[in-house]
Design a protein around this ligand. Structure first.
Ligand SMILES: [Zn+2]
Length: 195
């Protein structure tokens, strides 16, 4: 039974809400937990063992990224998937990204599986292949890719700073579709199927 560690980005609300939409108040930390819980549900149903690095709306200890990576490493995760939402000063910036650290071949394959499933589920969303105008905390987020023993990737699901995408990120139907796409990407990885 594969052991999947899902990492809901940011510590929550007062500690670190992540990106916040200035018009609606939508917080990245809330969205990442909601979708992580759904990914957990689908992967558990698919026969995986799943752990979340943050399980509550606010957990101050998760603001320390080493808490998250040590949790995954001591548990013996087979893969590590970190979920985030993007933001940019340009409100029209949009789309999704899947990141991995350089030189980790299995992490690259995991990222490709997840990227392909998101692209297939959301043909109307833009798959971003570079990061010229993204979230300013990218270096701290990369920490979870370089300090995890398991193959790891980080998904920027959509832009909280974009009005249209913030509405999608807050939509339960869209959240469920994104969670299922990510879960399928993980199961594809274990099936050796990158299509
Ligand atoms: Zn983030």
């Amino acid at each position: 039974m594969p052991k999947i560690c899902i990492d809901p980005g940011h510590a929550g609300r007062n500690t670190d809400p992540g990106a916040v939409n200035p018009a609606t108040g939508l917080q990245e930390a809330d969205v990442t937990l909601i979708i992580s819980r759904l990914v957990q549900k689908y992967l558990t149903a698919a026969g995986c063992e799943v752990m979340l690095t943050r399980t509550d709306w606010e957990q101050a200890e998760t603001d320390n990224l080493s808490y998250r990576t040590e949790l995954a490493n001591s548990w013996g995760a087979d893969v590590f998937v970190s979920l985030h939402c993007n933001s940019a000063s340009n409100p029209s910036a949009a789309g999704f990204e899947v990141w991995t650290s350089p030189g980790q071949t299995q992490g690259d394959r995991l990222a490709t599986c997840i990227y392909n499933q998101i692209a297939g589920e959301f043909p109307d969303r833009y798959g971003r292949v570079d990061y010229s105008d993204g979230d300013p905390d990218k270096e701290s987020r990369f920490y979870v890719l370089t300090q995890t023993d398991a193959p790891a990737c980080l998904v920027e699901m959509a832009f909280v700073s974009n009005a249209e995408e913030a509405a999608l990120l807050a939509n339960p139907t869209w959240q469920d579709r994104m969670a299922r796409a990510i879960a399928r990407g993980v199961t594809d990885y274990f099936a050796g199927d990158t299509i």
